[in-house]
Design a protein. Sequence first.
Length: 763
Amino acid sequence: MRLMTDSLKPIDGLSTRPPPSLLDGLNETQAEAVRATEGPVLVLAGAGTGKTRVLTTRLAHILASGRARPWQVLAVTFTNKAAREMRERVARLLDCSVEGWWVGTFHAACARMLRGHAERVGLKPSFGILDTDDQLRLLKQLIEARNIDAKKLPPRLFSSVMQRWKDRGLTPERVTEAEGADAVDGLALPLYRDYQERLSALNACDFGDLLLHALTLFRDHPDVAERYRNQFRYLLVDEYQDTNVAQYLWLRALAQGHHNLCCVGDDDQSIYSWRGAEVGNILRFERDFPGAKVIRLECNYRSTSHILAAASGLIAHNRGRLGKTLWTTAAGGEKVCVRATWDGEDEARVVCGEIESRRASGHALGEIAVLVRAGFQTREFEERLIILGIPYRVIGGARFYERQEIRDAIGYFRIVVRGDDDLAFERIVNTPKRGLGAATLRAVHQLARGDGLPLSIAAARLVESDELKPQARGSLGRLLADIGRWREMLTRLPHPEVARALLDESGYTAMWQADRSPEAEGRLDNLKELVVALAEFESLPAFLEHVSLVMDNDEAAGDDKVGLMTLHAAKGLEFDTVFLPGWEEGIFPNQRALDEGGEASLEEERRLAYVGLTRARRRAIVTYAASRMVFGTWQNALPSRFVKELPAIDIDHTAPTGLFRATPSRAPADGAWPMAEPVHLAAADTSGAPRWPIRRPTPPLIEGRAERVAARPEPSHPFTTGQRVFHQKFGYGAVRRVDGDRLEIDFEKAGNKTVIHSFVETA
């Protein structure tokens, strides 16, 4: 059907039924959602029920039946990928180009509106849109202008607070003084004002401003709001459960009058409160739009009946939901497998062994996923997959050993084990900040290149001289002394203990503790998990060799890889086989979330579990451990309450012999699981022979005080006592004493200084 806008029928008196070809293949409730074009409509679309098809078919029906022209329909979603899919589907349905139509993301629609009315909100039509890096750079400038310590209160913290205000539609003038006083010691609100003023002066805005300015435009200029209300006869919204307050207010403003608003979403899949999503928007839809029609899409085309029944039984424990029950016409299928394991290592062995078995039987690795609650949980599975030679990809994030905080920590480990590791030295020398500026590092590099020395040796020699400013010399000397002390500790203490002390004493842990950005907690968890990983190896050198193998894993393995990701990253994806490990109290549901959000957070955690289960087409395997190494400490673990909430008729619950003192379908009455004896096999193969060579730590670079270094080489320079020389910084002087590569010089203006020979020349 080719859509010709100049041949559309008059809108009045049209049939309410779409052409038969558009309805082909839709079930009755899907077709009802397409036909219900007038007034407010909420389509509660469960996982795998064809919501995208309904939304795009509805848009095509509105246009094909002549109810509106393309420019009179606004269809919005959250991601560019989803918007692109929507446009492509509509184009196929109508056999036409959709170029220029109002089909895209919330931000794209708001930007398009603002381009036409920029002057109304203090901008020019050519305004720029800042990306995250630009925002943080601008905030850093403003923080420095207010003499705020950016180390204790980083730009990301203020950015997060301001974004939350923008998500709620609050300009600086609309943030109450009481709320402003509570935010970041009262500093966030003044900085928010500075930031918005600076953006206006730059003729720029950030992504949060696109919606905020659009709201301001509608609120302060009723004529503009009326124009768009008249233009858009129909509004279609995808993933409505993920809208924030600003998006909700913007949509409500546009829907006033005709109320032809159709929102498609699933309250049971609202899992993004941490980034501003308000599940209440979808829950109160019928109150916000009286007379709204609610259509439930419950026929699932993805999963087996047992998976759907288990997911429905679990989510039914939530009170804050509108209610629906997924079902399928496809009978049979495997029950959800719930399997208890001894500990975290056993769990990884069980899951990855099952993956290996399925690969051997022809199962595509790309159709297998391991979904975890928190990023730090991926480490044990990555290790095991590598041992088995199974290629994998981490979706929605970096692999464990590629994360910034892990690379930094490993940089410290490398310089302690190998003093000549220049790349490691460069990475850690000013991380965290030690006041070592470009001039200091340039001097270290100059000496290292000139004399063919490792950077750490060059740094040690500079510390003994007067080449550096006292503050830089002191900072560098303390770092080198610490490296020597940590290296000496390795000769008498367990390497995980040394690693823990190193991260604390270097200030690296404190750096992330002081960072109040949303990512900081996860980074700290990853560092704790890194220390746990060290315990599986006989020595720090053995661990570092293992990491080098990990980083080189399966880069040429092609596209057939196991998917490893968090439950949040899995939203919108589906796989034949899904593994759901770590279903234990404190891990899932996450204890930190429960402590901060109480019952509301518990319900969101349960929605995460529901999302995880409904990613599976054919089989879902839930696992939990009886004991687990949690950040270096063995702890007894209780199965997640979610395990007990799964309907018994739809699950197979198994456990190793002797694991339980009670039936495996519930925890023992006393709440105490038997403690598993931890078995560490990662550093040896099945024969017991070491997998990696064990190297003894190299001798300390610095013994005791910073000025005590290894035996000096014989001087290889021409300078002698009494010789006149010139130094770029200190000027002219005469050599008073020669000590290897160090010269004690009496400078005419700077006085007596000790310098490195390569920094002076014959006068």
